[in-house]
Design a protein around this ligand. Structure first.
Ligand code: DC
Length: 218
């Protein structure tokens, strides 16, 4: 039996990497919903739109071709932008753009449609509470802001990017606050989600813990 898995949590808690590994183990598809908000923020900034100009952003979304491939690659109007949406500037812009109800409505509809045949792992902020309310497995990944900032430093260093720890920590805290306090679908743990604090766990241990939970359902 194929099921759907919802993985939510604050930024840099390891959701994406863990979801990728899990998808490989299960032969499922991982959909990184944060990348969708990132793409919309990227498009809006590229076109010089205000991030709260909901009308203009929704119009731009309608006339743009947004592609989210099963292998994680992201294309805008036929051009690959997978790396361009991963900057610190786009991280905060994605959080800001995600406050617009109509942007959320359009992306949530797309996410629901993609996952309708089961066999999907969606990671984000509102997957267990809104997008896949009926997901068979719901996980809420957490870690302290300090641990997340350290992890992000290591990840970025591996990509050759230099970061300032204090700046990164502040960005993470600001984004947590914005994502948890917006009026539409704020980040929160679904009542039926299992919380895993990843602070003292390796990535493999987190994958293993979720894999065990999934195995009880399939
Ligand atoms: O997961 P991420 O850091 O790539 O997400 C970027 C931003 O997108 C995040 O700060 C809030 C928003 N987001 C959201 O509102 N809902 C989701 N399901 C996923 C991301």
């Amino acid at each position: 039996m194929r099921i759907n898995i919802a993985i939510d949590g604050p930024s840099a808690a390891g959701k994406s990497t863990v979801s990728d590994h899990l998808a490989q183990l299960l032969g499922y598809v991982h959909l990184d919903t944060g990348a969708m908000y990132r793409l919309v923020a990227y498009m809006a900034l590229k076109d010089g739109l205000g991030l709260d100009d909901e009308e203009a952003i929704v119009t731009l979304m309608k006339k743009s071709k947004m592609e989210f491939k099963d292998n994680g690659e992201i294309y805008l109007n036929g051009i690959e932008v997978s790396d361009k949406i991963r900057t610190n500037e786009i991280s905060m812009a994605a959080s800001t753009v995600s406050k617009n109800p109509r942007v959320r409505e359009a992306l949530v509809a797309l996410q629901k449609d993609i996952a309708k045949d089961k066999g999907y792992i969606l990671d984000g902020r509102d997957i267990g509470t809104v997008v896949l309310k009926d997901a068979e497995v719901k996980i809420y990944l957490t870690a302290s802001a300090e641990d997340r900032a350290k992890r992000r430093m290591i990840q970025n260093a591996a990509k050759g990017l230099k970061d300032d720890y204090e700046k990164l920590l502040k960005e993470i805290k600001d984004r947590d606050y914005q994502d948890m306090h917006r009026s539409v679908s704020p980040l929160k743990k679904a009542d039926d989600a299992i919380e895993i604090d990843t602070s003292d766990l390796s990535q493999d241990e987190v994958v293993e813990a979720i894999y065990k939970i999934v195995k009880t359902k399939i």
